[in-house]
Write a protein of this length. Structure first.
Length: 337
């Protein structure tokens, strides 16, 4: 028996024409007798027939599938986003296909090409690099497949996007540290090829400037995304015995790695150094002390992203939008006192 039961298999089983089976399975009661339709339906169920959705998509020029492409699955942010977005998209009659790029621009390119072959009706994407795949994005959009960027976005105006105001929220977070008495604030930076990275660094520098604190490049650590990377850059920094009184992380995973090293080296948080980060999620509440963080409005972001994608699918001439959301600083034990 073939891997997939086809209309031809059912026709052979019953000794009737493929066209009759096709009409019956399409519900064409005007051209197929009721008893024949019933027999074909029962045979299809018995043989395990499933409609070829790809073939249907080719005929209708719509797959009713939406792609969501994300850079990583280490943090809970993206999984939470997908959960909200999937609920919304299903209400609009769409299925969701998910791919992870693992912080690799070439893998992201392959993911996009795979989704094109699956004939998705639209793509939601958070990018690995703000520049490397722009040619791919432009080609896909040029083919008439809407793309909406979220969280990690681009600086060009060819597609709609929804993002956090990273510069402002980073500024507010560092300002809070300074007002609490901190002046030697370490920043665990984000990669320069991610827009969020330099926007958060800019907010850090702007806050120092407001309070007339000189920018010290020795306090800006190499880029870190994962907990292991955060652990490595903090360990190297502590080996240099440079004085500091706070740590501001690009993201929570890197900060948690740095926090673990600090505590292993005998530093007390927040007594010896206060710590906080951007992009906080539930992970910030699962460690001790709990971590002060800027939390993104992930549900609101998913609502806006889906709204824009549906609008672009419905109207190919819809103007692009750049939606900027405000996060929330949630103060916890790591900056108390």
């Amino acid at each position: 028996m073939s891997k997939y039961i086809t209309i031809k298999d059912i026709a052979n089983e019953l000794g009737i024409s493929k066209s009759t089976v096709s009409r019956a399975l399409s519900g064409d009661a005007s051209n197929v007798k009721a008893e024949t339709m019933k027999l074909i339906a029962e045979t299809a169920r018995r043989m395990g027939y499933q409609r070829n959705e790809l073939a249907v998509s080719l005929r209708k020029q719509s797959s009713h599938n939406i792609a969501i492409i994300i850079p990583e699955i280490v943090t809970t942010f993206y999984m939470t986003f997908i959960g909200h977005a999937q609920t919304i998209l299903r209400k609009h009659g769409y299925n969701v296909l998910i791919a992870t790029s693992n912080e690799n621009a070439e893998q992201e390119r392959l993911n996009i090409e795979m989704m094109e072959k699956c004939m998705v009706d639209g793509i939601l994407i958070s990018v690995c690099d703000k520049e490397k795949n722009i040619d791919v994005y432009r080609r896909v959009i040029g083919r008439g497949i809407p793309m909406v960027f979220f969280d990690r976005t681009l600086e060009w105006g060819d597609a709609s996007q929804v993002r956090l105001d990273d510069n402002i929220m980073s500024f507010f977070m560092v300002e809070q540290l300074i007002r609490s008495g901190c002046k030697r604030i370490v920043h665990i930076a984000g990669p320069a090829h991610i827009r969020n990275g330099y926007e958060r660094l800019r907010g850090y520098r702007d806050a120092l400037e407001k309070f007339h604190i000189a920018y010290d490049k020795t306090l800006v650590l190499p880029p870190a995304l994962s907990a292991d990377e955060g652990s490595d850059v903090m360990s190297a920094f502590l080996d240099r015995n440079i004085p500091f009184d706070a740590v501001f992380g690009f993201t929570e995973t890197a900060l948690i790695g740095a926090k673990n090293i600090m505590q292993k080296r005998g530093l007390r948080i927040p007594a010896d150094a206060r710590i906080c980060c951007m992009s906080g999620t539930a992970l910030c509440t699962l460690v001790y002390p709990t971590i002060t963080a800027v939390e993104q409005p992930v549900e609101q972001m998913s609502v806006e992203v889906c709204r824009l994608l549906m609008a672009h699918i419905t109207d190919s001439h819809k103007l692009v939008e750049d939606v900027v959301l405000r996060g929330e600083i949630v103060t916890r034990e790591s900056t108390a006192g």
